[in-house]
Design a protein. Structure first.
Lengths: 169, 760
């Protein structure tokens, strides 16, 4: 059987900001944001847990909102602003969310952690003083099999307090 | 050693948390190797069939495909299995479940690998398929393995259960069923491998047991063990599933033939299809008590569906039998437990090894007995709970660290408050409230066999201490706890320790991270290694400071004279002095818990050196119109001996309650129809109740600083407590897990809580 070269679809040019830096590249129409981040840009902090938008391990922040990178197409990125876990830390140190996760023992295996951080980041950027219920709602799309969520929720509450007191960005 | 414990019972920052918070590329799928080939596994679509013809020639010829391997390409012994070797890496001539690996494709990229898979041709001859243990044990059933379909039969017999049952004032007899459960660790199995300049095959993989992986891969490939090096990559949860080989054997095989870097990352669907599940159990149980509620006799027959290959089936059947009484003294016991092959997915180890399933049965029985006797559920548990000196079903006398009464007592105020005030203060006709208890015991370590751990500590001339531990940390936090133990013995900060973890070339065997054994067993090995080094340091310091050893203290990476703290000497000086005298500064520690094998006929013996105990209380609200159960609060009292890291213990309890809640209410893996995460729901943050962890410490004299374990115990009491709470709410009991909407609604209807509607 002869293997035929498939005609590859025309690439699409996109220009967007990724962790504060301008990025311009060509992507294929079927390429997910997750693939672009992990395989082409080498940002492997964003995890693939299911590939179908069920687990939230690939959560990133796009234009201030949490998004599953496995479901978003790279071609949709033009003109947008993307933040991944690698962009949380600043030259002055860990983001208050990262600090709070550390202090509240919210990390066990750590595979869901980047997604949890990004969902929390999206929440706190639009709602700096969330209630416990609002935090639960914001994190309900991020599955964790280790922690039972409590220490994660406590960490987000602590980070919100810290951010409200002017610590962090 | 100081008298005060500086680093024990202290929640230090978790080792490895920072890398994870920064999103560093430490997991198997994150590791980048140059010129790396992609591996994919061709798997059976048939549950049971003979392979008449397997043609991989077309696939081999494809552009981008670098190799296609079948059983014929396995140079060593094509058999694996932790307890019983009955599973080929690639099917030899027969497939036994949907998902059984048949061939391995190595290709330059995912697309080529996919085309390779599609070009493989198999001609099968169907064999009769068996999907239940009952069919498997029926006369004339096709034998799934040469030795037949019964993998294991374990009997535990003490006293005379049949005649004691006749003396009982009340007897309850029921049958309980539990489903397949999928571990659903967040990280799908993944690993990479490369060949070292000297030919050593290096495999970095998500695993719970690198030393076992090494042995197994070496056996498959016919290599000496030192020619295979397994390093644990960061592992995103395991819960027992990553004890068996997942990607390691395939990576090893491709490396053996191709010598080029390879990677194998399971999709979630592949992890669901291919990896072991929790055993479904059918438990028939008959329990008899006297009129005061004292348990007199227990009889049980337990059937475990172990699926196509044995994995940990023997251990699960055995543990289920041993623990069938629950944490209660019963003089007359007769339990038979079977592990049976079927063509279902492989069932293996999952957090609790059969004990969560039997706990559902024994705790339901306790409530049924209490109900018959008009007793309080807490009271009947208090009356029967193990105490020091109690004898277990296997005839083991419990010496010390028997914390079940303390757990029950710690829960009592929560329970009384829930029953007397919470239950009556809310709810409605259609939203019924209930309170339930679930108790458990759990033997720490492997059952009635040697399962030692080793560890090593080394002081170099610069005064730096390196701790070598073989134990895999999948997120439970063993590395942190073991570092705390070393830090305590050596009087130094844990973060100052250099750590080498779970690398077969650099660390010695610590056994599996399973059976809640690492804190107790590896903790003791670390303790011993560090105590030996401490002795050397004290001896040298005693010489240098001209002070008796008993006045000396290890502190701040040095040794100080407690009578005159100004006088001290650093680890560096001590190391250099010892080195000159040829005194070793590298020390090995070893610990194997004292057990005896169980008698094959009666199951009598000492299966475990120590046990963890726990009791949880659940408060639930049941919507009788929809069958929806909301768990409002869980109080969880756990005797862990000593909480080396209290926040990590709490983390285990909180996570265990979540997993137990899933087991109770929503999780069910249905072979053939559960394909992806869409079909299998685990609890989210929104499903979680308020959880109150209560740490009980009944110190274990043989444990490191009194510690036992908590990993599995955390999960075990939750489902029983929730199911008992549902029964309390409805006055009607559910005997099959999960108590999903349908089953709860059925129970509501049976109980007459669902409004009967007139059909017009």
């Amino acid at each position: 059987m002869e293997w035929e070269e498939q005609e590859s679809p025309a690439p699409i040019g996109v220009r967007f900001r990724l962790n504060g830096r301008e990025v311009a590249l060509e992507v294929s129409p079927g390429e997910s944001l997750l693939y672009l981040l992990r395989e082409r840009l080498g940002l492997r902090g964003t995890k693939e847990g299911c590939g179908i938008g069920e687990c939230g391990a690939c959560t990133v922040v796009v234009d201030g909102k949490a998004a599953n990178a496995c479901l978003m197409m790279a071609a949709q990125l033009d003109g947008r602003e993307v933040l991944t876990v690698e962009g949380l830390e600043s030259p002055v140190g860990l983001h208050p969310l990262q600090e709070a996760f550390l202090e509240h023992h919210a990390v066990q295996c750590g595979f869901c952690t980047p997604g949890m951080l990004m969902s929390s980041y999206a929440l706190l950027s639009c709602n700096p003083k969330p209630t416990r219920d609002q935090i639960v709602e914001a994190l309900a799309g991020n599955l964790c099999r280790c922690t039972g969520y409590e220490q994660v929720l406590e960490a987000v509450e602590a980070a919100a307090r810290r951010l409200a007191n002017g610590r962090g960005r | 050693m100081g008298t005060e414990l500086e680093w024990i019972s202290r929640s230090v920052p978790r080792i490895g948390a920072l890398e994870r918070l920064r999103g560093m590329p430490i997991f198997g799928a994150d590791i980048q190797l140059e010129d790396c080939l992609v591996l994919r596994v061709f798997r059976s679509h048939r549950p049971h069939a003979k392979i008449m013809e397997l043609d991989v020639e077309e696939a081999r010829k494809l552009r981008g495909v670098e190799g296609v391997f079948t059983a014929r390409d396995i140079p060593g012994k094509n058999l694996m299995g932790l307890i019983t070797k009955d599973q080929p890496l690639l099917a030899q001539d027969r497939v036994r479940f949907v998902g059984d690996p048949v061939a391995l494709v190595a290709a330059r990229d995912e697309e080529s690998a996919q085309r390779g898979l599609e070009a493989i041709r198999v001609r099968y001859q169907e064999l009769p398929s068996i999907f239940s243990p009952e069919e498997a044990l029926a006369e004339g059933a096709v034998a799934i393995h040469d030795k037949g379909n019964l993998l294991h039969r374990r009997v535990v017999r003490k006293g005379d259960a049949a005649s004691a049952m006749e003396r009982a004032a009340v007897v309850v007899e029921r049958t309980y069923r539990t489903p397949h459960i999928e571990h659903t660790y967040l990280e799908p199995d993944a690993g990479v491998g490369y060949r070292e300049w000297d030919g050593t095959l290096v495999i970095l993989a998500s695993t719970q047991n690198p030393h076992y992986d090494q042995k197994e891969v070496a056996g498959l490939l016919g290599l000496q063990e030192e020619k295979v090096r397994v390093i644990q990559a960061a592992t995103g949860g395991g819960f027992g599933s990553k004890l068996d080989l997942t990607v390691q054997g395939f990576i090893g095989l491709a490396l053996y033939h191709l010598g080029r870097p390879v990677r194998l990352v399971f999709t979630r669907e592949e992890a669901y299809l291919a990896t072991p599940k929790r055993h479904p159990l059918t438990i028939w149980m008959r329990t008899g008590a006297d009129s005061k509620g004292k348990l007199l006799a227990l009889q049980a027959r337990i059937v475990c569906d172990t699926g196509a290959y044995s994995s940990y089936g023997v251990a699960v059947a055995t543990r289920a039998a041993i623990h069938a009484t629950g944490p209660y003294e019963v003089e007359n016991v007769e339990v038979e437990s079977l592990a049976v092959y079927t063509n279902n997915p492989i069932a293996g180890a999952m957090r609790g090894f059969g004990v969560p399933q039997v706990a559902f049965a024994h705790e339901s029985q306790m409530d049924l007995l209490a109900q018959e006797l008009g007793m309080d559920p807490l009271q009947i548990r208090l009356r029967n709970a193990f105490q020091e000196g109690s004898s277990t079903a296997t005839g083991q006398k419990l010496g010390s660290s028997v914390g079940i009464l303390e757990c029950l007592e710690a829960l009592e105020p929560h329970y009384r408050e829930a029953v007397s005030s919470w239950k009556g203060s809310g709810g409605s006709r259609y939203l019924r409230r209930g309170v339930g208890l679930g108790a458990m015991w759990y033997g720490i370590g492997n059952t009635g066999v040697q399962n030692p751990s080793t560890a090593r500590v080394e002081l170099d001339d610069d005064g730096r201490v390196t701790l070598y531990i073989g134990a895999a940390d999948m997120g439970q936090g063993s590395t942190t706890v073991l570092a705390q133990i070393a830090a305590q013995v050596l009087g130094m900060q844990p973060e100052r320790l250099r750590l080498v973890v779970a690398d077969t070339a650099r660390t010695s065997n610590a056994g599996a991270s399973s059976a809640s054994r690492q804190t107790y067993i590896s903790g003791n090995a670390v303790l011993e290694a560090c105590a030996k080094l401490a002795q050397v340091l004290l001896t040298e310091a005693s010489d240098m400071l001209r002070a008796p050893k008993h006045t000396l203290l290890l502190k701040g990476e040095g040794v100080a004279d407690s009578t005159d703290p100004q006088r001290s000497v650093s680890f560096m000086e001590l190391a250099q002095r010892a080195r000159k005298k040829n005194i070793p500064l590298s020390w090995q520690g070893y610990f194997d818990p004292e057990t005896t094998p169980l008698d094959p006929e009666t199951g009598q013996g000492i299966p475990y050196a120590t046990y963890a105990f726990a009791c949880q209380m659940a408060q639930v609200e049941v919507d009788v119109l929809t069958g929806r159960v909301r768990v409002r609060r869980v109080a969880a009292a756990h005797d862990v001996g000593r909480a080396v890291h209290p926040e990590a213990v709490k983390g285990q309890i909180l996570g265990g309650v979540a997993m137990g809640l899933g087991f109770a209410l929503m999780e069910e893996f249905v072979p053939g129809s559960t394909v992806s995460m869409k079909d299998y729901h685990i609890p989210t943050a929104a499903d979680m109740p308020e959880v109150v962890p209560i740490i009980v410490e009944a110190p274990e004299p043989t444990g490191p600083f009194g510690a036992k374990g908590v990993g599995e115990p955390a999960l075990i009491p939750t489902a029983p407590a929730i199911l008992n709470a549902i029964a309390d709410a409805l006055g009607e009991r559910i005997y099959q897990l999960p108590a999903n909407l349908e089953r709860v609604l059925e129970a509501c209807i049976r109980a007459g809580h669902f409004p009967s509607m007139e059909v017009k």
